[in-house]
Design a protein around this ligand. Structure first.
Ligand code: ZN
Length: 401
């Protein structure tokens, strides 16, 4: 069965000029042809989808989400049974897909079982890229409080130190069939100890992570909020830097030299700054310092030509399905065009997920993850924040609304 989508305006995800009056042909799960209406012949038996009044573009990709987290408040985590988080994730996945995000990379909780459940059709959601966490003693991952109390949980085995121990722990993470290793090259705001300004891991520890992961074709995504940690992770050759809020010129130069993605997670930064209620006093102070230090750096990185990929860091309930807000924030904060922002959420994001050969652009041979948008996001990027204005095709099949 061939689908022929008649596009009023076509954005193919590559970042070039949009094309008026184009045709996209889809055979089963795959795109077979894309081009101007006068160059692509529609087979006689094709089912025609008339999107001549709409914008047709690739399904969006969010490189940093947390499907199993709905709150920043510690109490919520402690009082939520594991099974509940899975059912919540099922709801979050559905909302995210309906919002036009056909692929997501989960930054540490969703596992290979969730990926399999999606592939089996047990639950509905985007194509899921999963990661397994690894952290150091005294770092962001370790839930140790100023009182001396420490939360020991099913993740505690992921804390390790020294090259040999890190190597072994990465190997344990890899046996969970993850697509990425997620690690922390600096502390963070919400964690009870450490700080966004304190680097975590030594360079050799980061290097051995990359070495072990890449042997299996697995990427490394590194949480890093300030310059020293960012530079350590860049030198180690990770796939992407998550957050990268407070940079310096040397970090920008290294991004360019190493050709590594910046996933700026501007949405969570804004949400945490706005809703400080759920933060501890310690976290509030850290957030204030960070906001001062990060001013202007994302714009400088964009202007210098650092590759950016869309990532919202959705871990608050109402951020799931609101992933497209990140596009608007990238434009406002980075001073980039709507087309550049869309490319960050399509082609760049696909490459950042190590799926550049399968998804991210509307081209023959790619998966038919396609959006029909009521409106022109190049004129008004916020049309993508309205799921009711987006018809989603996932691998050639229309997603139920
Ligand atoms: Zn995150």
């Amino acid at each position: 069965m061939t689908l022929a989508i008649k596009a009023g305006l076509l954005i193919d995800g590559n970042g070039g000029e949009a094309l008026k009056n184009a045709i996209v042909l889809v055979e089963g799960e795959t795109i077979t042809a894309v081009g101007p209406a006068d160059k692509v012949a529609i087979p006689a038996d094709a089912e025609i989808i008339d999107a001549s009044g709409k914008t047709v573009m690739p399904g969006l990709i969010d490189c940093h989400v947390h499907m199993m987290i709905n709150s920043a408040a510690l109490e919520d985590h402690l009082f939520t049974p594991k099974a509940v988080t899975y059912y919540q994730a099922a709801e979050n996945l559905k909302r995210t897909l309906r919002a036009g995000f056909t692929t997501i990379r989960d930054a540490g909780e969703a596992d290979a079982g969730m990926r399999q459940s999606l592939e089996m059709g047990l639950i509905t959601g985007p194509r899921l890229v999963v990661s397994g966490k690894i952290g150091q003693t005294g770092g962001l991952m370790e839930l140790r409080y100023p009182s001396g109390s420490q939360i020991v949980n099913q993740e505690s085995w992921r804390i390790c130190d020294g090259v040999a121990d890190v190597r072994k722990t990465v190997r344990k993470v890899l046996r969970e069939e993850v697509d990425f290793v997620k690690t922390f090259a600096t502390g963070g705001v919400v964690a009870p100890q450490g700080s966004p300004f304190i680097p975590e891991w030594t360079l050799p520890e980061l290097q051995v992570m990359v070495e072990e992961a890449s042997r299996r074709g697995v990427g490394v995504m590194a949480h890093a909020e300030s310059a020293v940690g960012v530079k350590n992770a860049l030198r180690a050759g990770v796939t992407s830097i998550e957050h990268g809020y407070a940079l310096d010129q040397e970090a920008i130069d290294l991004f360019l030299e190493k050709d590594i993605f910046l996933v700026a997670t501007l949405h969570i930064s804004k949400v945490v700054a706005q809703r400080q209620a759920s933060l501890s006093e310690v976290s509030k102070r850290k957030k204030e310092q960070l906001l001062k230090a990060q001013a202007g750096w994302f714009r400088k990185a964009c202007q210098a030509g650092v590759k950016v990929a869309l990532g919202s860091d959705a871990f608050i309930a109402d951020m799931h399905g609101a992933n497209a807000v990140e596009l608007e924030l990238m434009m406002d904060t980075g001073g980039i065009s709507a087309m550049k922002a869309i490319t960050a959420g399509t082609k760049n994001a696909a490459e950042c997920c190590l799926l550049g050969d399968k998804i991210g652009t509307l081209e023959a041979g790619k998966a038919a993850d396609i959006l029909l948008v009521d409106g022109n996001p190049l004129d008004d990027i916020t049309v993508l924040q309205h799921p009711e204005r987006i018809r989603v095709y996932q691998a050639g099949i229309p997603v139920e609304e």
